[in-house]
Design a protein around this ligand. Structure first.
Ligand SMILES: Nc1ncnc2c1ncn2[C@@H]1O[C@H](COP(=O)(O)OP(=O)(O)OP(=O)(O)O)[C@@H](O)[C@H]1O
Ligand SMILES: Nc1ncnc2c1ncn2[C@@H]1O[C@H](COP(=O)(O)OP(=O)(O)OP(=O)(O)O)[C@@H](O)[C@H]1O
Ligand SMILES: [Mg+2]
Ligand SMILES: [Mg+2]
Lengths: 243, 243
């Protein structure tokens, strides 16, 4: 099982939108997809509510792995309130439990996608310690751009405990192509974080929000307005599938 | 001193944008404004960087109040990294320290505005225990609307420890008037949360993001495109000033 954490301390940048669409796309390719929702908001759990619910995400921090069988499609450990208690627990212990439980589940799934809360807390660090890859969606606004430095240094710190962790880069999302500020910020990013930028930005697309509320991928929305969003989400999934 | 917490677990809904603009408006009215940035992202601290920096926000959780004098204008306790350590501390102790320190500072300021991280953690609860008012900006999207229930129940729980806390309501923000989904959600809100909705929604206004990056209020932006944003931000400030 390959595991990917989607993380950014900045709120509302499209983390859950990305997790959901990668899950939809990878499941359609016949993979056994495990989704873990570590955010007590439970947005990913809401969007994926019609798929296989394996249990509560806090169970993954227990001292024994949950007994589950992976089936092709989307299998979800949904967000639950006790997740919040992890923030006052010992980081090392929480991280090694999650890591051990992921190892035990590894044979049952092909890929694991982890949605995280907008915070650099115990849950995020435990997920980074346990994962193979991490990716950060960002918005092309000053606040989000400033947050990249903190995100990159958090990832570098975690690499000391998990040298296998690969940073797949930053994905500009909710990009408004008509907004000169977004275009200027995109150019800035290209020069500062040259090798880290994913090639397929995701636009500001109303149909993405529609799809997330419906619990369906954007490619099931039959409007011409959804065409660009479909191409972009499929593009990111294809790029990450091959990673 | 009257204190107002701006809070919502959902990320990116416009909490910091609102804190900054209320601070600008109230300072222009000659008030001695205290801003406390409890979010380690430090977005409010960035936007208010050219104003009076009184110290680090984590100092407000110490066992003695910082010795400061309030002057007319914006006085800031800026975000610092040690704030994150509060999440593993005892909630009661953190809350009573903040509450005591706010009391001690009360003579120096007329109003206190508290920006919070997108999380229902120790810092938020401590702020709610210590404050007189709380207000939640929301986005007119499904994820944000679903989060209201959790927010309202958190506020009601805190009221047991701080009966004086008043919920000023929910403020639709980043509202796209051309988006039928936003309009439909606004109607839904009007029927479900009738008495809680603030009368002056804030639109999706590019000039707001420009202003936040510049560290200036949107009413200093000389474009006609900024006119609506100015009217809205001033409207909300006037409404809250009279609260
Ligand atoms: N590409 C997009 N175009 C338009 N709207 C989007 C897009 N991606 C996400 N959204 C909407 O923007 C809001 C924020 O997106 P999302 O919830 O995925 O971000 P997040 O980073 O997971 O937020 P949080 O930090 O609260 O977990 C949601 O209401 C979602 O519907
Ligand atoms: N009315 C608005 N119109 C357009 N953009 C806005 C508006 N208000 C805020 N923004 C932009 O949207 C983004 C999110 O706003 P902001 O950072 O204020 O939200 P927040 O709730 O404080 O986020 P977080 O949960 O990360 O603290 C920022 O990049 C900001 O520049
Ligand atoms: Mg999310
Ligand atoms: Mg903020």
């Amino acid at each position: 099982m390959k595991s990917l954490v989607i993380a950014n301390q900045k709120g509302g940048v499209g983390k859950t939108a990305l997790v959901a669409h990668l899950a939809f796309d990878f499941a359609e390719r016949g993979l056994r997809v495990l989704v873990v929702d570590l955010d007590t908001q439970g947005n990913a759990s809401f969007t994926l509510r019609s798929h296989v619910i394996l249990g509560e995400a806090s169970a993954l921090f227990g001292d024994k792995p949950p007994k589950v069988t992976g089936k092709p499609g989307i299998n979800l450990f949904r967000a639950d309130a006790p997740l919040a208690n992890l923030e006052s627990k010992n980081l090392q212990e929480s991280a090694s439990r999650l890591r051990n439980n992921f190892r035990a589940l590894g044979r049952e799934f092909d890929v694991c996608l982890i949605d995280t809360a907008p915070a650099l807390g115990v849950r995020l660090v435990a997920a980074l310690v346990s994962a193979d890859f991490v990716l950060s969606p960002i918005e092309l606004e000053a606040y989000s751009l400033q947050g990249i430095r903190m995100m990159v240094s958090t990832i570098q710190n975690v690499r000391k405990g998990n040298p296998a962790l690969k940073f797949l880069g930053i994905l500009p999302s909710k990009v408004d192509s008509r907004n000169p500020r977004h275009q200027a910020h995109l150019e800035e990013l290209k020069s500062t974080y040259k090798g880290l930028l994913l090639p397929t930005p995701i636009g500001l697309r109303s149909s993405v929000a529609d799809a997330l509320a419906l619990g369906e991928p954007v490619w099931t929305i039959r409007k011409t307005a959804a065409r660009k969003a479909i191409r972009e989400m499929r593009g990111v999934a294809a790029h990450l599938h091959d990673a």
